[in-house]
Design a protein around this ligand. Structure first.
Ligand code: NAD
Length: 503
């Protein structure tokens, strides 16, 4: 595995350290040791990166925005091939940086590869349209053009994936960009930019500044030469950054948090096979990547009549989840990403218990073991029963391995509970009654709804949230549209005076 650092800022085709000379240590969450040291960029680095992206966009004939679509698509396909070439290396890097398991890292690389290939195909397919202007003397076309300089801000939980969901459509559409990965997990994004360079992207098109939200992200949000601001992260920092971007009238895309319901009807559990599947998927929905997933199924909303059996089986399986360093064989779940995230999780459990929740399992750090160093940020999968809407743990995104349990007795109540959130990113409904499952799915106010499943997504289907889960969509044709301006070109083939004015 090649670990990047300390030259992790890439501006105008050159790798460098921060102008200030400052650095930041990147920690391995499994044991809190230093993995590497990266450049701690600041305002000066950010301005230089935006300037490079601006010049590359405005570079005249032969520049990236005017490169034929087929050539841009070919570059994206080369990046996809390079991702597959480096699959093991990147998966290892992502695992060491975020704490997720090696297998999860591999899945991320494959998903990201599929996204690059999807956008390569989509940009070739979606070329604009001829409009019937109602006259043979007029040729009217609607065409798509790149927006300009894109500022791309990403979080720490899926660093490679979130960066790729922005970078692939941005490049496909012909934009130039500056990406700022999370300061907590910057490594795979640095590697990705290296692959873009290797694939032949001209200097200045892809720039990266590693560094903190403020000043790097904040400067990108307000920078007058940034045309589009795309942010994935938490509600608080996203709102703050978006305000600065709105003040500059930039195009804005926000992918924020979620508080995602997993609704289970009793009929889904009527057979042993159905029960086993629903329990298994509820476990996966809540605890994969230690719950640090924007679409985590953190709210189990289960029909009263099956609740006791369902929760007992869930608890018995949760207690058997093998926690440890993500690179160890047989480990199923890694640590939390940081000390701050660990303490946040502990705070949510404490507040839920103080507000009347019942601890079913977990609720503490695990005992250290050979695969689980005492210095790592591990926390046991935790189930809290007897929860209700008044509790903080139900209202707020915990982003940790906490599954809360609420119950319902009828379809309307299930829908009301599932929609009772300021977020609206994703949710699921489990039922053996297809008509009921579809009826409920239609009433859920969430950007992605799964029926008898949880977590899968497709590069060709839009991803994003209702309510405070965000603005705009990633993936799918709307995910490409975010990175394009639409222009109407009206051509008069037989120009004549209009004679509106007498003279
Ligand atoms: P965060 O908001 O703390 O940070 C996200 C990014 O924003 C980081 O790069 C950070 O440095 C930067 N940032 C912080 N303050 C900023 C500012 N003032 N201006 C500009 N940039 C700033 O989020 P996080 O803790 O890294 O990630 C977890 C959050 O991300 C969760 O809320 C999760 O739901 C969300 N998320 C959403 C999706 C989605 O698709 N909707 C996907 C993944 C993660």
């Amino acid at each position: 595995m090649s670990v990047p650092g300390p030259e992790t800022i890439h501006v105008d085709g050159a790798w460098r350290t921060a102008a200030s000379g400052r650095t930041r240590e990147v920690l391995d969450p499994a044991d809190a040791t230093v993995l590497t040291t990266v450049a701690e960029g600041g305002r000066e680095d950010t301005d230089a990166a935006v300037d490079a992206a601006y010049r590359a966009f405005d570079g005249g004939a032969g520049a990236w925005p005017t490169t034929p679509v087929a050539e841009r698509a070919a570059l994206l396909r080369r990046v996809a091939d390079l991702l597959q070439r480096d699959r093991e290396d990147i998966a290892l890097l992502e695992s060491r940086d975020t704490g997720k398991t090696l297998e999860e890292g591999r899945v991320d690389v494959d998903d990201v590869t599929a996204a690059f290939r999807y956008f390569a195909d989509a940009v070739v397919a979606e070329t604009g349209r001829v409009v019937d202007a109602g006259s043979a003397d007029v040729h009217s076309v609607v065409v798509h053009e790149p927006v300009g300089v894109c500022a791309l801000i990403t979080p720490w939980n899926y660093p490679l994936l979130q960066a790729s969901w922005k970078i692939a459509p941005a490049l496909a559409a012909g934009n130039t960009f500056v990406v700022k990965p999370s300061e907590v997990t910057p490594l795979s994004t640095v590697h990705l930019v290296k692959l873009l360079v290797e694939a032949g992207l001209p200097a200045g098109v892809a720039n990266i500044v590693t560094g903190p939200g403020d000043p790097v992200g904040a400067r990108l949000a307000e920078h007058p030469q940034v045309d589009l601001f795309s942010f994935t992260g938490g509600l608080v920092s996203g709102t703050k950054a978006a305000q600065a971007a709105v003040a500059g009238v930039k195009k804005i895309a926000l992918e924020l948090g979620g508080k995602n319901p997993n609704v289970v009807f009793a009929d889904a559990c009527a057979t042993e096979e159905g029960f086993d599947t629903a329990v298994d998927q509820a476990l996966n929905a809540a605890f994969i990547h230690s719950g640090q997933v924007c679409s985590a199924g953190a709210r189990l909303i289960v029909e009263e009549s099956v609740k006791d059996r369902f929760v007992a089986e869930l608890a018995s399986r949760a207690a058997r989840i093998r926690l440890g360093r993500g690179t160890e064989k047989d480990v199923e779940c890694g640590p939390l990403v940081s000390q701050a995230q660990l303490e946040k999780t502990e705070g949510y459990v404490a507040s839920a218990l103080a507000e009347g929740a019942r601890l079913v399992c977990g609720g503490e750090r695990p005992a250290p073991s050979e695969v689980r160093p005492a210095t790592g940020y591990f926390y046991l999968p935790t189930i809290l029963d007897d929860c209700h809407r008044g509790m903080r743990v139900i209202r707020e995104e915990t982003f940790g391995p906490i599954l809360t349990v609420e119950t319902f007795t009828g379809e309307d109540e299930a829908v009301a509970l599932a929609n009772d959130t300021e977020y609206g990113l994703a949710g699921a409904v489990w039922s053996a009654d297809t008509a009921r499952a579809r009826r409920v799915a239609a009433r859920l106010r969430h950007g992605t709804v799964w029926i008898n499943d949880f977590h899968p997504y497709l590069p060709q289907a839009e991803w994003g949230g209702f309510g405070k889960s965000g603005i705009g969509r990633e993936l799918g044709s709307a995910g490409l549209e975010e990175y394009r301006e639409t222009k109407h070109v009206y051509e008069n083939l037989r120009p004549q005076p209009v004679r509106w004015f007498a003279g």
